[in-house]
Ligand binder design. Structure first.
Ligand SMILES: Cc1cc2nc3c(=O)[nH]c(=O)nc-3n(C[C@H](O)[C@H](O)[C@H](O)COP(=O)(O)O)c2cc1C
Length: 469
């Protein structure tokens, strides 16, 4: 068996040159190239690929029709991003042409209210089929589809078996998808990372594609690859082929730069849609054929949307710090002004301080009637969306979709109430146990200490032996 390890880390050092503090830190964080991608021999691949063929020969597990089907193909879409993917980013991305927008991952136990925006895909972080379905039911009336996060490598996700941890528990991953598909009248999709070898990735993809999902997004990095390492697009090609065979769309994710390299992404893999993460975080107009300057155009819009939607200042500030003023010819600020602009944002403590501060970089933001300007932005957005072909379909099918949800609602309410009751009971039990433990500890502390005689009797020795040094 031959296995060729392909080192991808630009920091991987082969010689024994002096190692800097940063390199040492990176090495500690970095589990090494063997944990990333591996080429396998035909001999090793054969049994796995034969299993792939077997699965592809089986019928789809759950055939379903939805009142409103999402179109995932031929689009640039906004990736799910915790902190970044809040309402302002989603609205700005849609405004500049994003075909679909994903919500940030929201853990099943922490569902919050959501406002319906056309084609919002709600991403779930979960490791429990029952809780996943219950969480989806809480927001079903406000979203267009559900996505299962199987890619987040951060410990807050993986320690509970969620995110990228699901890549190592495929049976659980498939059970969650099956449950969501069975219970919800909305399309279900899934986002994974590539696995270490091509056949392993194909096998997982073949199993997922068979469940009845409508889309599979593939981040072309393995769980252990860092964002600075180049995404390996060509590893997604075989998954796209399987998707085509099954009639399920596959979206490529990783290092997308919008129109700039969309074509190259499609050519490398055969996918028609690309999902953009960090490039959209730097400038949500990346979805447009012609980008606009984040400093001069996006920042004022963000302040208006922030005022209109009461977006928390902490999150608005975070988004502002992610936006990067474009260099000429898109932006008009010189290098020094761009630096000054970033410093102003970093110092600002309110919407008004941003508007005041950026004047020094020659940017005028009129904060008078900011809320109304935010509302106007939403009206403009709606006018833009209404030009899209999906809009008409969405409007035509909205009533049927709502009716399907309404019919299921009483049963869902009962299920959610049951889960909440179990949660309350568990909490009460835990509190009782804690109180009993504290009571026992207190009683032990307060109990009179046995004197030497009693201690000796307890130990079966004489008091003389007890006091003996
Ligand atoms: C700030 C941030 C938050 C992210 N949060 C999520 C998340 O909630 N769910 C998820 O599946 N991926 C998440 N990701 C990963 C992105 O969706 C995407 O897969 C990754 O950034 C690679 O795409 P890119 O090269 O275009 O940035 C996040 C990435 C970033 C930068």
């Amino acid at each position: 068996m031959v296995s060729v390890v392909r080192p991808l880390s630009p920091t991987a050092s082969l010689g024994s040159s002096p190692v800097s503090k940063k390199q040492k830190r990176d090495q500690r964080r970095d589990p090494g190239p063997e944990t990333r991608v591996r080429e396998v021999s035909d001999e090793e691949a054969a049994p796995v690929l034969s299993r792939v063929r077997e699965i592809m020969g089986l019928p789809v597990e759950t055939e379903k029709k939805y009142a409103y089907e999402l179109e995932y193909n031929s689009k640039l879409v906004l990736a799910p991003m915790v902190r970044t993917g809040t309402l302002p980013t989603r609205l700005l991305s849609l405004y500049y042409g994003a075909g679909l927008v994903w919500s940030p991952e929201i853990v099943d136990r922490a569902i919050i209210g959501a406002k319906r925006v056309v084609d919002l895909i709600f991403q779930l972080g979960t490791s429990n089929p029952r809780l996943a379905a219950a969480a989806a039911k809480v927001v079903a009336q406000d979203v267009s589809g559900f996505d299962l996060n199987c890619g987040c490598p951060k410990p807050f996700s993986t320690h509970a078996g969620m995110g990228a941890a699901l890549l190592s528990t495929p049976d659980l991953l498939l059970d969650i998808l099956r449950r969501l598909i069975a219970d919800l009248p909305l399309p279900v999709s899934c986002k994974i990372r590539i696995l270490q070898t091509r056949p392993e990735t194909q096998l997982l993809a073949a199993q997922i594609l068979r469940t009845g999902i409508r889309n599979l997004s593939v981040h072309a990095r393995t769980r252990d690859m860092r964002p600075r390492e180049a995404a390996i697009w060509e590893r997604v090609k075989a998954v796209v082929d399987l998707g085509k065979e099954r009639g399920v769309n596959v979206i490529l994710n990783g290092d997308g730069e919008g129109y700039e390299n969309w074509k190259a992404m499609c050519e490398a893999t055969g996918a028609s849609s690309a999902m953009l993460g960090r490039s959209a975080e730097r400038n949500p107009s990346v979805f447009a054929e012609e980008m606009v300057d984040a400093a001069a155009v996006i920042v004022p819009l963000l302040l208006y949307i922030g005022e209109w939607s009461d977006n928390a200042w902490g999150n608005t500030k975070f988004l502002l710090t992610q936006f990067k003023p474009s260099a000429a010819p898109v932006g008009k600020l010189n290098k020094q002004q761009r630096k000054e602009f970033n410093a102003v944002i970093a110092r600002a403590k309110s919407f008004d301080e941003v508007a005041e501060g950026v004047k020094s970089a020659g940017i005028e933001i009129d904060m008078l009637n900011a809320k109304e300007r935010g509302a106007q932005f939403c009206r403009d957005l709606e006018a833009r969306l209404s030009q899209r072909p999906e809009w008409k379909r969405f409007k035509e099918n909205e009533a049927a979709r709502d009716a399907a949800i309404a019919a299921l609602q009483p049963q869902w309410d009962a299920e959610i109430a049951e889960i909440e009751k179990e949660r309350e009971e568990k909490k009460a039990r835990e509190m009782e146990e804690k109180a009993a433990a504290a009571e026992a500890a207190k009683a032990k502390k307060e109990a009179p200490k046995p004197d030497a005689e009693e201690q000796a009797a307890l130990n079966g020795t004489t008091s003389a032996e007890v006091v003996k040094p």
